[in-house]
Design a binder for this molecule. Structure first.
Ligand SMILES: NC(=O)c1ccc[n+]([C@@H]2O[C@H](COP(=O)([O-])OP(=O)(O)OC[C@H]3O[C@@H](n4cnc5c(N)ncnc54)[C@H](O)[C@@H]3O)[C@@H](O)[C@H]2O)c1
Length: 369
């Protein structure tokens, strides 16, 4: 990825931030342009140091705004486009799916069209250009036993995963119809620094610190495969460097946890970190000995809650030579440590809009006895 013009959308969100921070260290000769609308999930503070030091160019823009996106492509002539921008939270898609279609489907179509227009030459497309669509394992739906490979049909159940599946199909249609240079990645659940605290791991850490109960959906037996965000970002870089176009790759780490066991583990890790570091205790409403499983509260399940996501990542390991490096228990400890060390960051983003959302989602939710 040397000496390239790279557009990264959604670069102020969780995974986008980690990716931008990683690539701005590695691709020193490249020009990095971040496009982000800065919705509730986007936080410019995450990448402000990179903007200030001119390592990246930041443009606040909606990816579904055709005219603006065309203008940006005309101005910068990107060679790589990595589309992280999305409405990404399943619960929010259940409350209101409209924005999910606008950003995840129409936004993707706008980027594809902008790239197709910019990359077209007499006999096809420019050399050495690639569009990478960041997708999710949720597009395959739920699986009781075994693992989904890239060949499995898509069977999404939530409005979020349906919008991501639609975007995947659009990307595929551009490859099939025009020979457009594109790849799709489908990753499992990410964890790590900079994740918005509406998602399970930072939500539980933040609730412990704020002295709240720990809501767990249904019986807590839903299973997810967890991968550290830096392993996901490395996989994307490896794919951009090595893949042919038209390919799809699952990215997972075979680290399955059911929600209740994971919440129990987070409780233990937070308590241990607090006991080790007096500095962390000043932020917490609970003393370390109050941080126990008694804080867990089972709440009414999410409608249509998929039981288990599990993907087979053999293809990326064999074809690209990538494999995950971060052992889950170590990654989780580092993540808890990051959240406890960055309480100012957390406090700032959970004020305002998030408070309203939290009330709507959890404080009015039926508690199961
Ligand atoms: N978080 C996960 O576990 C996970 C797993 C697999 C795939 N993914 C995919 O990875 C991508 C990034 O996920 P995330 O967890 O970082 O999401 P996020 O919600 O933290 O970040 C999304 C970013 O997109 C921006 N955005 C939203 N709408 C936009 C629009 N219309 N125009 C421009 N920018 C807009 C937001 O401001 C935010 O910065 C998403 O496409 C998601 O579907 C996420």
């Amino acid at each position: 990825m040397e000496d390239k013009v790279i557009i990264i959308t959604g670069g102020a969100g969780f995974i986008g931030t980690n990716f931008v921070r990683m690539i701005s260290k590695n691709a020193l000769d490249s020009k990095i342009i971040v496009i982000d609308l800065l919705t509730y999930a986007g936080n410019i503070e995450n990448i402000k140091d990179l903007i200030d030091s001119k390592k990246i160019i930041f443009i606040q823009c909606d990816i579904s705004n055709t005219q603006k996106i065309f203008d940006i492509f005309d101005q910068y002539n990107p060679e790589y486009i990595i589309n992280f921008a999305a409405e990404s939270h399943v619960d929010r898609s259940i409350l209101d799916s409209r924005k999910f279609i606008e950003t995840n489907v129409l936004g993707t179509q706008t980027l594809l069209e902008a790239a197709r227009r910019n990359w077209t030459v007499d006999n096809g497309f420019k050399d050495d250009v690639m569009y990478l669509q960041v997708s999710t394992d949720e597009v395959y739906g739920s699986i009781e036993k075994g693992y989904f490979t890239e060949k499995n049909p898509l069977d999404p159940h939530s409005p979020y995963s349906a919008s991501k599946a639609s975007a995947d199909l659009l990307v595929k249609s551009y490859f099939d119809t025009y020979g457009f240079p594109a790849v799709i990645t489908r990753c499992s659940n990410n964890y790590g620094p900079y994740q918005f605290p509406e998602k399970l791991i930072p939500l539980i850490i933040n609730n412990i610190v704020s002295g709240k109960k720990l809501p767990v959906y249904g019986d807590g037996k839903n299973i997810r495969d967890w991968i550290h965000v830096s392993d996901h970002c490395n996989a994307i870089i490896d794919i951009l460097n090595k893949s042919n176009s038209g390919e799809t790759y699952n990215i997972g780490s075979n680290t399955e946890w059911n929600n209740i066991d994971l919440v129990r583990l987070i409780i233990k890790v937070v308590r241990a970190e607090m006991e080790k570091n007096d500095g962390f205790q000043k932020y917490s409403k609970f003393s370390p000995n109050e941080i126990t499983e008694n804080l867990i509260e089972f709440v009414k399940d999410r409608p249509g809650h998929d039981k288990r996501y599990a993907i087979d990542s053999t293809k990326i390991m064999e074809v690209i030579g990538w494999k995950p490096k971060i052992f889950f228990e170590k990654g989780l400890r580092d993540t808890v440590h990051w959240y406890l060390s960055n309480q100012q960051w957390v406090k700032k983003i959970v004020s305002g809009e998030y408070k309203k959302y939290y009330k709507q989602m959890y404080e009015r939710r039926e508690v199961l006895k």
